[in-house]
Design a protein around this ligand. Structure first.
Ligand code: ADP
Length: 248
């Protein structure tokens, strides 16, 4: 099944800035895909289109479909329950006095009973390696733990497509290692925007390169990231981890 399908998406901000130009891409269910490109490439703008924060106005021929559902007005609540957006700064996503309340916040809207809700919270915390963290105040957690708590909140809502914005930024090596292992083992479709190209090499078999709002390249990660001239042309560089391999 197709998790995400975008066909000829264009977007211009009200001030006239063209942020996305004829973007088309497809992500299959269960895929983990990297989204790379310089600052200002349009990654955040693209993300805002995936969970309906910037819904298309005309529904005549919607450009974005998530699990077959068009991302337009009548379907936004379905879309938002399926698409989990992990913000770049976990402090923007955690706002309750305890981790348990934060993780419960999303699924609470689904009208679950008390027992089902706490079972979901416990399951999601277990999935991200934060078992027993229910009573901890989020502001006492490390940055990596905060990110994992945010991820638990998305998993507790049964998100089927995770959109991750710079998930490893500001993490120390251990936090990064833990998050990488977690994402690699999560059986949920993921689109990961990042400047951490080693992360892309390590956990994303496929990568999409965006620049000036245009998909300039996509394909197998090792092929794309080994293409030194392509990478330089788009403000990126071949990661050290691929230094020993040669493009064919
Ligand atoms: P990225 O996430 O890849 O850094 P963005 O999606 O934030 O890129 O930005 C894409 C383009 O849109 C850039 O040229 C940026 O300056 C512009 N842009 C972003 N947000 C706005 C806004 N609210 N109003 C006008 N232009 C914007």
């Amino acid at each position: 099944m197709t998790a995400l399908e975008i066909k000829h998406l264009n977007y211009r901000y009200p001030d006239g800035t063209e942020a996305l130009h004829d973007v088309s891409l497809t992500i299959g269910e269960g895929e983990r895909v990297g989204l790379i490109g310089p600052n200002g490439a349009g990654k955040s703008t693209l993300f805002l289109h995936l969970n309906g924060l910037l819904p298309e106005r005309s529904s005549a021929a919607p450009a974005v479909h998530v699990f077959g559902t068009p991302v337009v007005e009548p379907h936004l609540s379905t879309i938002r329950s399926q698409v989990g957006l992990l913000f770049q700064d976990p402090d923007d996503q955690l706002f309750c006095p305890t981790v348990g309340e934060d993780v419960a916040f999303g699924p609470q809207q689904l009208g679950l009973g008390e027992a089902a809700l706490s079972a979901r919270v416990a399951r999601a915390l277990e999935q991200v390696g934060l078992r027993g963290f229910e009573q901890r105040p989020p502001f006492h957690l490390s940055r990596g733990e905060k990110r994992r708590a945010c991820l638990a909140g998305l998993l507790a809502c049964d998100a089927r497509l995770l959109i991750l914005d710079e998930p490893t930024s500001d993490l120390d090596p251990r936090g990064r290692r833990e998050l990488k292992a977690l994402l690699r083992d999560l059986p949920v479709t993921q689109l990961i925007a990042t400047h951490d190209l080693e992360l892309v090499v390590e956990i994303c078999p496929r990568v999409i390169v965006l620049d000036h709002g245009i998909v300039v390249s996509e394909g197998q990660t090792t092929d794309i990231l080994s293409d030194e001239s392509l990478m330089l042309q788009h403000g990126l560089e071949k990661p050290h981890i691929l230094r020993h391999t040669h493009p064919h």
